[in-house]
Design a protein around this ligand. Structure first.
Ligand code: ASP
Length: 341
C-alpha cells in the first residue's frame, strides 16, 4: 500500500545525488562502485520485484539473474499490464513482449508471444541458446515450448475480461491516455484496484551487482486493446532497454511508439557516456520527445529510468505520476520522478 511505503521525492535528495555521494566518495567519475549492489525498477510494482532481485544481488549474485528473477514476480501477478493476467489486444488475446541484456552486451527478446507465463525467461533463452536476438509470435512460442515452458490456457483474467468487455462497448482506439495516478482511461491507463491503488504498466528493471556489472530486463503486455500484432518499445533493445557495461543502463515505460522514435534507452545511455547524470540524460531525451511531438506530448506519458557506472540512479518523465522503486543494502524506497510538465 502506498501510504505504508517509504516514498521520497527525488528532488528532496538532490535527485539522490547526495544520498549516493557518500557511496561514491573518493571514486573518479569512471570508477565502477564495486561491492555496492543496487536495483531499480519502474512503478510501484517494482518494490516487490526488487525484493526478488535482491535475493540474488544481496548474496553477491549476478545482475543478470537478479533482473530475470525480479520481473518474474510482476509477470506472475495479475497486473493489468504485465504477464498473462494483463489486458488483451483488441481481438481479445494477451500478447507479451520482453527483453533482457547483460554486461557483455548479450541480449535476447521475444515479442507478440502468447500463452507463455514468463516471457522474460524465454527472452533469456533466446539470448543464451540461439544465434538470434529476437523471436516473435508463433516462432517465439514454438521455441518456448521446445525449451520446456508450459503452454498456458488461452483465458483472460477476471479483471482483464471485465476491462475488455467494457472496452468492447465502444471499441474505440483513441490513442493512449496519460498513465498518471488517478487518470484511469484509455489503452495505457492503469487499472484501479479495490484498494484504491493504481496498477501501472511495463516493468523495466536495471541492476548493478557486487562486481560493478550491469544487466537489465523489461517485460509488458504493451498497450491494452492495441491492434493485433502491435509491438511497443519494451522488447526492442535500445528502445525499452539498453545496457552498456562501461557506462550504465536505462529502461523505459510509457508510449512505446515515441520511445522507439528516439531509440530512447540507447540515447539516454549515450548521453551518460558523454558525462550527463542519469536524471539529466533522461530529461534530455524526454525533451527530445517533446520537440518531436509538440502539443501532442501533452497526451502521452513516457518515462526513463537509468543508472550510471557510479551506481547513481536517475529518472525523468513527461508527466507527473511516474515513480520508481529502488533497493540497496541500506534502502528500499519508492522515488517520485521529476517531470517535464
Ligand atoms: N512501453 C510499453 C509499450 O509501449 C507500455 C508501457 O510501458 O506503458 O508497449
Amino acid at each position: 500500500m502506498v501510504h505504508r511505503r517509504k516514498f521520497i521525492q527525488a528532488s528532496a535528495l538532490g535527485s539522490l545525488g547526495m544520498f549516493f555521494s557518500k557511496m561514491t566518495a573518493g571514486q573518479s567519475a569512471d570508477t565502477p562502485v564495486k561491492g555496492k549492489p543496487i536495483v531499480i525498477s519502474t512503478w510501484d510494482a517494482g518494490l516487490e520485484a526488487n525484493k526478488a532481485a535482491w535475493e540474488i544481488l544481496g548474496k553477491g549474485g549476478r545482475a543478470l539473474d537478479a533482473v530475470e528473477k525480479g520481473v518474474m514476480v510482476t509477470e506472475n501477478s495479475q497486473n493489468c499490464c504485465v504477464g498473462l493476467g494483463a489486458n488483451p489486444d483488441r481481438d481479445g488475446f494477451v500478447t507479451l513482449d520482453a527483453c533482457i541484456m547483460d554486461e557483455f552486451s548479450n541480449c535476447g527478446s521475444v515479442a507478440f508471444l502468447e500463452r507463455i507465463k514468463h516471457p522474460i525467461s524465454v527472452a533469456r533463452r533466446v539470448m543464451e541458446k540461439t544465434p538470434h536476438v529476437m523471436l516473435v509470435g508463433s516462432g517465439a512460442q514454438q521455441f518456448a515450448v521446445a525449451e520446456g515452458f508450459p503452454l498456458e490456457e488461452q483465458k483472460l483474467s477476471p479483471d482483464a475480461q471485465r476491462a475488455y468487455e467494457d472496452w468492447l462497448k465502444k471499441s474505440e482506439y483513441k490513442g493512449p491516455a496519460i498513465n498518471v495516478e488517478n487518470k484511469g482511461h484509455g489503452p495505457f491507463a492503469p487499472t484501479k484496484l479495490d484498494s484504491g491503488e493504481w496498477n501501472h504498466d511495463t516493468i523495466g528493471m536495471v541492476a548493478m551487482d557486487t562486481q560493478g556489472n550491469f544487466s537489465g530486463s523489461c517485460t509488458t503486455s504493451g498497450a491494452g486493446f492495441k491492434m493485433r500484432g502491435r509491438l511497443g518499445d519494451s522488447p526492442i533493445i535500445g528502445a525499452g532497454l539498453f545496457v552498456d557495461n562501461e557506462v550504465g543502463a536505462c529502461t523505459a515505460t510509457g508510449q512505446g511508439e515515441d520511445v522507439i522514435r528516439v531509440a530512447g534507452s540507447h540515447s539516454v545511455v549515450e548521453l551518460m557516456r558523454q558525462g550527463l547524470s542519469p536524471e539529466m540524460a533522461c530529461k534530455k531525451i524526454i525533451e527530445r520527445i517533446v520537440r518531436i511531438k509538440k502539443e501532442k506530448a501533452k497526451d502521452i506519458q513516457v518515462a526513463f529510468l537509468a543508472i550510471n557506472k557510479k551506481g547513481i540512479p536517475g529518472a525523468f518523465a513527461l508527466h507527473p505520476g511516474f515513480s520508481y522503486a529502488l533497493k540497496t543494502g541500506e534502502r528500499e524506497v519508492l522515488v517520485k520522478a521529476k517531470s517535464y510538465y
